[in-house]
Design a protein around this ligand. Structure first.
Ligand code: ADP
Ligand code: MG
Length: 300
């Protein structure tokens, strides 16, 4: 595209809340035939909320809430915020001081898995099954059933372990964005296929994909794994746009032919991207590709 055409198109994009970082991004967008979407915060609203708490035998709700609040208060993860908020409300019901947060020692983040730390004299883990497996926490058939039931409802099951034993679980929902299904179907009509990639588990991921009409899913994928999936698609000949919001998406945003960041996402994602969707609306994935197609076809 000529510099003038690029200027006109980027100006037009900007006025619609689609920030295109230069001519290369615009040029490449018209060839996109595959869009890879991150799940949490991209296809979903990204404001998870706890819908239920489950206590396992021999533990008290007060203790479950105390250690969960202590450990998760140190985490930046959206799931952690939802869990802390819910545990605080619950513990208030049991007469605890809502402002009181027990101190945590040796706090550690396990990316894509959860957090760990020492609360008082108890070893505490909060996270998914993978985290429990790494620390050798036994998950019996009853807990296994509870996890499956939670995940089939498209909810994420956050497990809590105290001193090596499963103490309880929180079921967290994160609704899909209202426009997500429409966008996937519109992309399909443009000849573009949609794929989901996520760090979350297979069952939850598949349930969410079904809700938005995505048939191809990669789950339980770490940040570098997300980038590898994009590379695989490119090797097979696809021109890939990656849409994401998190630090965990930034390697994939860089590798993709066109990286698109959700405006409300983390700074790292916004920097890694070629296009920023300021309005946080997935319709603008279509806007960007459409703008590029129109600009390029006008030139040729
Ligand atoms: P996504 O790729 O969908 O944005 P992440 O890679 O951030 O998800 O996290 C993957 C999974 O790791 C989560 O679904 C959750 O099960 C677990 N997890 C990560 N951090 C935490 C945390 N602070 N508390 C509880 N669970 C967590
Ligand atoms: Mg995300």
């Amino acid at each position: 595209a000529t510099p003038t055409a690029v200027m006109v198109a980027t100006g037009k994009g900007a006025s619609q809340g689609v920030l295109i970082k230069g001519g290369n991004a615009l040029e490449k967008s018209h060839k996109v035939n595959t869009v890879v979407f991150d799940k949490t915060g991209t296809l979903t609203v990204g404001k998870p909320a706890v819908v239920s708490a489950m206590l396992f035998p021999k533990f008290s709700m007060e203790e479950l809430c105390e250690v969960t609040i202590a450990a998760e208060s140190n985490s930046e993860h959206p799931l952690a915020k939802a869990v802390v908020e819910h545990a605080k409300k619950l513990s208030q019901k049991f007469g605890s001081q809502p402002e009181h947060v027990t101190e945590v020692k040796d706090f550690e983040v396990h990316p894509g898995a959860g957090v760990s730390g020492i609360v008082g004299d108890r070893r505490v883990l909060v996270g998914n099954k993978r985290l429990m497996r790494v620390f050798n926490v036994p998950i019996g058939p009853e807990i296994e059933n509870h996890i499956s039931e939670t995940e089939l409802l498209a909810r994420t099951c956050v497990l809590v372990a105290i001193d090596g034993r499963a103490a309880g679980a929180f079921a967290v929902t994160d609704p899909v964005k209202p426009e997500a299904e429409r966008v996937v179907s519109f992309l399909h009509s443009m000849g573009i296929s949609s794929i989901m990639v996520t760090g979350d588990n297979w069952a939850t991921a598949t349930a969410i994909a079904k809700q938005v009409g995505i048939q191809k899913v990669f789950a339980e994928t770490d940040p570098l794994g997300k980038a590898d999936k994009v590379k695989d698609l490119q090797v097979k000949g696809a021109t890939v746009a990656m849409v994401g919001d998190g630090i965990n998406d930034s390697p994939a945003l860089v590798v993709a032919d066109v990286g698109m960041a959700i405006g409300a996402g983390t700074d790292v994602a916004i920097e890694a991207a070629d296009i920023v969707l300021i309005k946080n609306n997935l319709e603008d994935v279509v806007t960007a590709i459409d703008l590029s197609r129109k600009t390029i076809s006008r030139i040729r």
